[in-house]
Write a protein that binds this ligand. Structure first.
Ligand code: GLY
Length: 395
């Protein structure tokens, strides 16, 4: 029997939030779009806490990425509204703000420096004493020495976001093939779609590789086109906060975070009572085991910030894989192989960068050009010494 052969303008390989937003935006622009993924809406978003932390996760040397992060954060209110209108429902976008706190003198010195850096870049961030931090969040440990209040760093619920994108993409006409891409089809030096694990052959004018941490492992592509993306394991635990009754304050009203013994720990309280505590950052290949050590470290560090967490029911432990890239920034745009584009490598910022990634990829797929703000994120930046072909050149 001949395998079925469907034909599309765009085939997106990977149905995580980045693949879904690409498919949604492409379908909205009238492109016949398909997504290949055995479990669309799964992936790293099932684990992610959903912080939109452009300012509090700022790192030295990542100012270019900051611009993209801030641009995407600004789009969230209208993006959430548009998704709701498109039948995606509520994605749990919450303008809750974030408090980054220091537990000792070294942390405080580090946060002070971060504050100076943030202010030098024109970012909104306010220094608070330990007492002021506790006035905002009474559950904080008495030992908190000071902190940064960033009201512009919000949150969204990544599981709801994935569900909403799936519904919106379907409503816009995207077709879902619930099977993984076995290999990209390359014919006469051009990507022309993919063959799926179930034997389906999908022909496409443009193929987008958006397979998260697996993007570098897809068969059929020449070595130099494969993105340098690696899995970075993150373990997360979920707790349940008590419902506030009467005049009792919420357990936590905003995201609280710190760096404890060199590791980031954050507590993200949702309106539905869920408290997400994350996340480890481990270079362990494809391992997604939840370990006693990982959970212990998260709870130990979170307990130093908010001692009352030990009273809360533990509802879930999970590990996922961030798609890490060599410079922690995404790869967005054409590759050296005609017909193949990338939307991957979002590392710690996949949820935050979802709105802007959708817009960038839609522009690329409909006009052949990426917007100005996406040019620094061209996949070509990881091929030093290679002549950049006209195809992949930033336009
Ligand atoms: N952005 C949070 C994390 O990747 O853990």
């Amino acid at each position: 029997m001949r395998p079925s052969r469907d034909s599309y303008d765009v085939l997106v390989i990977g149905g995580g939030i980045i693949g879904l937003v690409t498919a949604w935006r492409a379908a909205q622009r009238g492109l016949r779009t398909a997504v290949a993924d055995p479990e669309p809406g799964g992936g790293a978003a099932r684990v992610a806490a959903g912080m939109l932390a452009a300012v509090t996760e700022l790192s030295y040397g990542e100012q270019t990425l900051l611009d993209l992060n801030v641009a995407s954060a600004r789009r969230y209110p209208s993006f959430a509204a548009e998704l709701a209108e498109a039948g995606g429902g509520d994605i749990g976008y919450r303008r809750c703000g974030t408090l980054a706190v220091a537990l000792d003198a070294d942390d405080r010195a580090h946060l002070r420096e971060l504050h100076t850096f943030q202010r030098s870049l024109g970012l909104e961030s306010e220094w608070l004493t330990g007492r002021e931090c506790r006035r905002l969040e009474p559950m904080l440990a008495p030992g908190v020495r000071g902190g940064l209040r960033v009201d512009g760093d919000h949150q969204v619920d990544p599981r709801r976001l994935a569900k909403a994108l799936l519904r919106a993409a379907e409503a816009a006409g995207a077709v879902f093939h619930r099977s993984a891409a076995a290999r990209v089809e390359v014919v006469r030096d051009r990507a022309r779609g993919a063959v799926l694990d179930d034997g389906t052959v999908l022909a496409a004018g443009q193929t987008v590789l958006a397979a998260g941490s697996r993007s570098g492992t897809v068969d059929g592509l020449p070595e130099h086109v494969l993105p340098p993306v690696r899995p970075v394991k993150g373990q997360v635990v979920r707790l349940r906060m008590p419902a506030p009754h009467g005049r009792q304050a919420a357990f936590l009203s905003r995201t609280v975070r710190a760096v404890v013994r060199g590791s980031h720990v954050y507590l993200v309280p949702r309106e539905n009572g869920e408290l997400v505590v994350g996340a480890t950052s481990e270079e362990l290949g494809w391992d997604t085991t939840v370990t006693a050590g990982g959970v212990y470290e998260l709870l130990r560090d979170a307990h130093e910030l908010v001692p009352g967490i030990t009273e809360l029911p533990l509802t879930e432990t999970l590990a996922g894989l961030r798609p890490g890239s060599p410079d922690n920034a995404p790869l967005l745009g054409r590759t050296a192989l005609p017909g193949l584009s990338l939307a991957t490598g979002h590392h710690r910022n996949g949820v935050l960068l979802t709105p802007v990634t959708g817009d960038i990829m839609a522009e690329l797929l409909t006009t052949g050009e990426v917007p100005e703000q996406a040019r620094p994120f061209s996949p070509a930046r990881f091929r030093p010494g290679r002549p950049v072909s006209r195809q992949e050149q930033p336009v």
